[in-house]
Design a binder for this molecule. Structure first.
Ligand SMILES: [Zn+2]
Length: 377
């Protein structure tokens, strides 16, 4: 096996096994071959921890991927057609003999622009900055001693618009610093770290995450007194009925009560914080949006709230934050843990962001773009 591919699998598995790094199995990795002609990149649909010598990656011709970003004709296409066209061009660029429809990561364009080894993640400790008003200022302060400061990319919708914005800002960075950025923060999205070798990429990743984490506010320790079993069962039953009523699915409902959920529910403005909406596109696409705020035990009222969310162009919600009680998840076994990660994560990021000037979620326009492109059936 190609040495760089072996290194890529190793760093992908290491990061993928750490739940603090890969929220809900998100993120992707890549490496470019020494001759600069090819790029191995995580394939869509495989978790980082599951990448191995036989599956979970694709090998692309780098000139073809760069050609996609440089093709100005793509900008003129309607967004949905353009994104489909890019996926098919990426598939055509594959030269690995893998008889699979597994496409290269949707973020392949971004990877093509950067240094040799790349780790891209959506860590919660980064969310606190990329989703807060003063996040960019805080990051500048945190990394002010670096000779080559992190690059900050203001929000752009995923896919082509983000690749074009990144390309422009990476070029400007190279003109100024005579090298590509090693650390990139993407507003309302996540983090990219890049390096010449796999161990250097891992070291840089941990350095950035530690620095971000050590600057976070410490959440007040609350006495975690879980609610009475009777009450939990009553809520479970109401949610199960509401979900059946709205979606026709009889789903298992799980109750979750941890420090993040307890801290969030103790805030008098919890409902308001949640109503600010999704923080990032992944929250809309992979877990049916932000948890729904519930103050009632009436299945009919919960169902009516769910139907309202669907009428607004969203998928039926699968997480419910119930006032004074806790988090409830209605999902099948396969998606339950992903929803749990996102729901707990979104409450944590909302609490942390308050410390950095307040929360900056996706705007209505940004949400509508995601709805049109990824949620419309
Ligand atoms: Zn991403």
């Amino acid at each position: 096996m190609d040495k760089v591919l072996a290194d890529l699998i190793k760093i992908s598995n290491t990061t993928g096994k750490d739940p603090a790094l890969t929220q809900a199995a998100g993120g992707n990795t890549s490496v470019k071959t020494s001759d600069g002609k090819f790029m191995f990149i995580k394939a869509s649909g495989t978790a980082l921890k599951d990448m191995n010598a036989h599956r979970g990656w694709r090998k692309l011709r780098l000139d073809k991927v760069i050609g996609v970003i440089k093709d100005k004709c793509l900008a003129k296409l309607p967004a949905a057609r353009r994104e489909r066209e890019i996926i098919s061009r990426h598939l055509i660029s594959c030269c690995d003999g893998i008889a699979s429809t597994a496409r290269p990561s949707v973020e392949a364009n971004l990877h093509a622009l950067l240094d040799k080894f790349i780790i891209h993640l959506h860590p919660l400790v980064v969310g606190a900055y990329v989703n807060s008003k003063n996040g960019r200022k805080e990051i500048t302060k945190l990394f002010k001693s670096e000779k080559f400061p992190p690059l900050w990319i203001p929000y752009a919708p995923p896919g082509y618009p983000l690749a074009i914005k990144t390309s422009r800002l990476v070029t400007a960075y190279e003109n100024r610093f005579r090298q590509k950025p090693a650390i990139i923060f993407l507003a309302k999205h996540g983090l990219f770290v890049t390096a010449k070798t796999a161990p250097d990429a891992m070291r840089l990743l941990h350095k950035v995450l530690n620095r971000c984490e050590n600057n976070l506010p410490i959440l007040k320790t609350l006495r975690l007194k879980p609610p009475a079993v009777k009450k939990i069962l009553a809520v479970k039953s109401a949610i199960q009925k509401a979900v059946l009523n709205t979606t026709g699915q009889r789903l298992h409902v799980t109750f979750i009560y941890n420090k993040a959920i307890a801290c969030f529910l103790h805030r008098p403005d919890a409902a308001k914080l949640l109503a600010m909406g999704p923080l990032e596109p992944a929250e809309m696409v992979y877990v049916n949006g932000t948890p729904m705020w519930v103050e009632t035990l009436s299945a009919e009222k919960i169902a009516s709230g769910m139907r309202k969310i669907v009428r607004q162009g969203n998928k039926p919600v699968s997480a419910f934050l119930v006032k004074g009680i806790g988090l409830f998840i209605a999902a099948d076994k396969k998606t339950e843990s992903i929803v749990k990660d996102f729901a707990t994560g979104t409450t944590l990021v909302r609490l942390w962001a308050l410390h950095f000037g307040g929360l900056v979620p996706l705007t209505k326009t940004e949400q509508n773009f995601i709805k049109r492109l990824y949620l419309a059936s």
